[in-house]
Design a protein around this ligand. Structure first.
Ligand SMILES: [Zn+2]
Length: 312
């Protein structure tokens, strides 16, 4: 049985925020069993902690944002992906601004920080959301489909045309696969998107240091791509982070076409609203009782009489 984990030590870092262009300090602190991942704005007086859950995702424009009004934190998806893939269930994240540092546009620095802080086991089993039947949502030529499976896996397809092109990548959840294949892939955008964002006062901290920028004639970054299919790998990184908002790991095989933060958010909200689609496992206390209830329903005994001797 896998146990819930948190970090062994507190760790801090600083980096540029993509949208504000400001230097942001962030501290990752160990947190207790079943507290999940929570974000706290330390620059606001008495700001309530914001738990990473679907109902707290308030914007998906360019990045995933948690919280409402002034008390919000955006660009959380790369950290959420790293926490999910590396097995950190409970954590308090303190930030002194409205977004997390973007670092190099990938999850590489988050992986390094988590590795440096180390992991600690907690005293309760990890919970999972098991997919019980196939489910799919579509929006034009975009879609997300999930099928029952024993672990989290993603088959991603993108087709942007031009210099980004058409790619497919298959990811099966494991720390090694995440670190070796996914975590170093960077955010990307088209040159015309950068011009549009700057004209609207967005992405003030965006540069070739923290995103792959694609022009009409190819990649503008002097070092080129980290992988030929870096774009689709980054879509998987974002998808892992956005699915981590479910609060527990999803056991299911995903097939995703042209995903994005908004479609990811809509999928999760819609899947969680389907009765019986995602079944929580790992809540050990309840499972034996349910199994016993089914068994005992066939026997000439009252439920309470039958369960009392075994303490259920
Ligand atoms: Zn991203």
């Amino acid at each position: 049985m896998s146990m819930q984990k948190t970090l062994k030590n507190t760790i801090s870092a600083q980096g540029l925020g993509l949208h504000t262009g400001r230097n942001i300090s962030v501290t990752l602190r160990p947190a207790p069993v079943d507290s999940g991942v929570t974000f706290r704005r330390v620059d606001l007086a008495d700001a309530a902690a914001i738990r990473a859950l679907p109902e707290n995702v308030t914007s998906t424009t360019l990045a995933t944002t948690l919280g409402r009004g002034e008390n919000r934190v955006s660009t959380v998806e790369h950290l959420m992906a790293a926490l999910s893939a590396l097995g950190v269930d409970n954590l308090t994240v303190e930030a002194d601004g409205p977004e997390l540092p973007v670092f190099d546009g990938s999850a590489d620095e988050w992986v390094r920080l988590i590795g440096e802080a180390g992991l600690a086991d907690l005293s309760a089993p990890r919970r999972f959301l098991k997919v019980t039947r196939p489910y799919k949502i579509t929006a034009g030529d975009k879609s997300i489909e999930v099928r029952p499976a024993r672990q989290f896996s993603v088959e991603a397809h993108i087709d942007f045309g031009g210099a980004i092109g058409r790619h497919c990548f298959f990811y099966t959840d494991s720390e090694a696969a995440f670190v070796c294949e996914i975590s170093r892939s960077r955010t990307f955008c088209r040159l015309q998107d950068v011009e549009m964002m700057h004209s609207q006062g967005l992405a003030k901290g965006g540069s070739l240091d923290n995103a792959v920028v694609v022009g009409d004639d190819g990649i503008l970054n002097p070092g080129g791509l980290r992988y030929d299919d870096e774009f689709v790998r980054h879509k998987i990184l974002d998808f892992i982070g956005d699915m981590a908002m479910a609060g527990n790991r999803i056991m299911g095989h995903f097939i995703i076409h042209k995903p994005g933060h908004e479609l990811n958010r809509r999928f999760l909200a819609s899947a969680l609203a389907q009765p019986g689609l995602l079944e929580e496992t790992g809540a050990e206390k309840h499972r034996p009782r349910e199994a016993a209830r089914r068994l005992i329903s066939r026997l000439p005994l009252s439920l309470d009489d039958a369960l009392a001797p075994v303490g259920l």
